[in-house]
Structure formats: structure tokens, C-alpha cells
Design a protein around this ligand. Structure first.
Ligand code: DON
Length: 311
């Protein structure tokens, strides 16, 4: 990255401008615990391949990964099973529907979820994580994601997990539907425990930026140079981030920002500049697609300023 000095000077200003967009969105409330978040919060860290980083705003506090975790559980499922098995159970196409829609499961045969980033697809992916018990599967996810974040195992936010598990009837109905379609073979409650728990793992902006940086470097650890993910699986993950990472806002985001990215209903956004940098953002106020309204605004501004779009 050669923009460091302008980024360091401009980032706090652009962040405060983007924060003005927060009142135009809403904090997620369908998982009651998430509704406690501060809607005006906005933080960002950008971490470069050259070891430099810059941050601004409220980036110290932890937040749950929510759907951002789906990128990494997909990578783990691919590493555990290979492409053929994973893509016999989940498709590769965007839906144009909201992240929790199950409409197309019934409309389009053979009833496998359209892609691994919508809830139905991520639930199937959770069933493909290797481990002889749920505890082992969850521990593996915590360790792998922690390694990408440059720390020990990621911590579980028990309150968010419990809140989602208690209110997750739409996800539960999807899982039963998938069982009936023969797509889900494990017990519904077991799969949902893995799914709800990986959504409830916590990071801060810096850790999220580092996870993104590993993807930006095609799966190589930025500090040790160790290959953590096969290149092909990073390529698959990045492609899904472009086509489905911001749900039914992915097309608009590709036009306005033009970077691979993944959002979560906690307000997190992970984005990356291939070969150059990883970006972690938190801004809990969401737009109608479930993406951080101020976070998207900030990325639009940065992309325009530094001509970051890949397209
Ligand atoms: O299953 C859910 O509804 C949440 N655990 C994750 C959804 C999510 O983050 C969608 N993102 N924008």
C-alpha cells in the first residue's frame, strides 16, 4: 500500500462523516442480545501486507462475527471434505433474496441452498465441519479462526449464543426442511449449536482486519509466512464474498466499492484489497440488507478516494 500517509490523515475525518449515516439504519433486534449494541458506534482498522496498520473510531471493543464466520467455516468445510462433497450439498449462485430466506429451497430443485453464505447454506456447511463431537468441532473453529486473527482461540459470547439459540426458530425451520430434503444428515440441534456458536465468536476490528489480510495474501500468514489455507479455497471464498458477501446488496456494493467483503448482523464488515490489505469494520446500525449502513458508507468513500475498486 502506498496510501498510508493520506490514509492516516484522512481516516478519522472520513469515519466521522460516515458515522452520520448511522441514524438511517437500525440495530438488529431479531437476536435480542444484538439490540443492546450502540447504534452510533463506528470503528475501522486497515492492516497492510507490509506490517503497517491504521485505525480510527471505536475499534477496541469486541463484537460477534455473525455471518462473517460463514466465510471461514466454508474454508474449513472445504479443507475437511474437498470441493466435490461440499458443492454436492450447497450451490454457488446468489439468490437476490434476504440472508434468512428459505423461499428458493422449495422453489428450485434439488432443494440444496443456493450458496454457503445465506443462512440455509451456512447451516449445511456447519454440518460438514470435521470432529467426533460438537465440542471438538467448535474448538477446531475457535482455534482456526483464532490463528487467522493472530491470537489464541476466539472467545464465545455466551449471551449472544443463548439469545440466538432461543430466538432462532427461522433457522431451526430451515434446518428441518433441509433434513427432509436429505441435505442435512446430522441432528438438527447439533448442527445448529455449531452454527449459532460460530456466529457468536468475538473479534475486534484489528483481529478482523488480520483475518481479512490472510485472505488478501491468498491464505498465507502475514507474520510467519506459513500457508494456512490452500490458495484454491481462498479463491472460492473471495469469489463468494464478491457475489454474495453483502447479500442482496452485493451488486450495489460491487459497483460502489468493488472489493470482496462479508458482513454480519452485528454490524461487522470484513473487506480486503487483494495482495495488499485487510479491513475490519464495526458499525451496528444496519441498512435494509443487513449490512452496516455507516460501514458501507465509509468503504464507498475510501474506495472512491483511493481508486480501490477491482472492476
Ligand atoms: O443466523 C443468523 O441469523 C445470524 N447468526 C447470522 C446472520 C447474519 O449475520 C446475516 N448478515 N448480514
Amino acid at each position: 500500500m502506498n496510501e498510508w500517509s493520506s490514509l492516516t490523515a484522512g481516516l478519522p475525518v472520513w469515519l466521522e462523516q460516515a458515522r452520520h449515516a448511522a441514524p438511517f439504519g437500525k440495530v438488529a433486534s431479531y437476536i435480542p442480545e444484538l439490540s443492546k449494541a450502540d447504534s452510533s458506534m463506528l470503528g475501522i482498522q486497515i492492516r497492510g501486507a507490509d506490517g503497517r496498520s491504521v485505525s480510527a473510531g471505536d475499534c477496541g471493543s469486541p463484537f460477534t462475527l455473525q455471518s462473517i464466520s460463514k466465510v471461514f467455516t466454508l474454508i474449513m468445510a472445504l479443507m475437511d471434505n474437498g470441493e466435490e462433497i461440499v458443492f454436492s450439498k450447497v450451490g454457488m449462485e446468489p439468490t437476490g433474496d434476504s440472508f434468512n430466506s428459505m423461499l428458493k429451497l422449495e422453489l428450485v430443485q434439488p432443494g440444496i441452498p443456493f450458496n454457503p453464505l445465506i443462512n440455509a447454506g451456512a447451516i449445511v456447511v456447519s454440518s460438514l465441519i470435521a470432529g467426533s463431537s460438537n465440542e471438538e468441532k467448535i474448538t477446531r473453529i475457535q482455534s482456526f479462526l483464532g490463528k487467522l486473527a493472530g491470537r489464541g482461540p476466539l472467545q464465545l459470547d455466551e449471551d449472544t449464543y443463548r439469545s440466538e439459540s432461543e430466538s432462532g426458530n427461522l433457522n431451526r425451520s430451515m434446518a428441518y426442511f433441509l433434513t427432509d430434503n436429505g441435505v442435512l444428515q446430522s441432528k438438527v440441534e447439533d448442527v445448529l449449536e455449531v452454527y449459532f456458536k460460530h456466529c457468536s465468536l468475538t473479534v475486534d476490528c484489528g483481529e478482523l482486519a488480520r483475518m481479512a489480510l490472510v485472505l488478501a495474501l491468498d491464505g498465507v500468514d502475514p507474520d510467519s509466512g506459513e500457508r494456512l489455507i490452500p490458495r484454491r479455497y481462498v479463491q472460492i471464498a473471495k469469489t463468494f464474498m464478491v457475489t454474495c458477501g453483502m447479500y442482496n446488496g452485493s451488486g450495489e456494493f460491487a459497483i460502489d466499492v468493488g472489493l470482496p467483503a462479508k458482513s454480519g448482523v452485528s454490524g461487522g464488515i470484513m473487506a480486503l484489497l487483494p495482495g495488499r490489505a485487510g479491513i475490519g469494520i464495526i458499525g451496528p446500525s444496519l441498512n435494509r440488507h443487513g449490512n452496516s449502513v455507516a460501514g458501507v458508507h465509509l468503504l464507498e468513500q475510501l474506495s472512491k478516494e483511493f481508486d480501490w475498486s477491482l472492476f
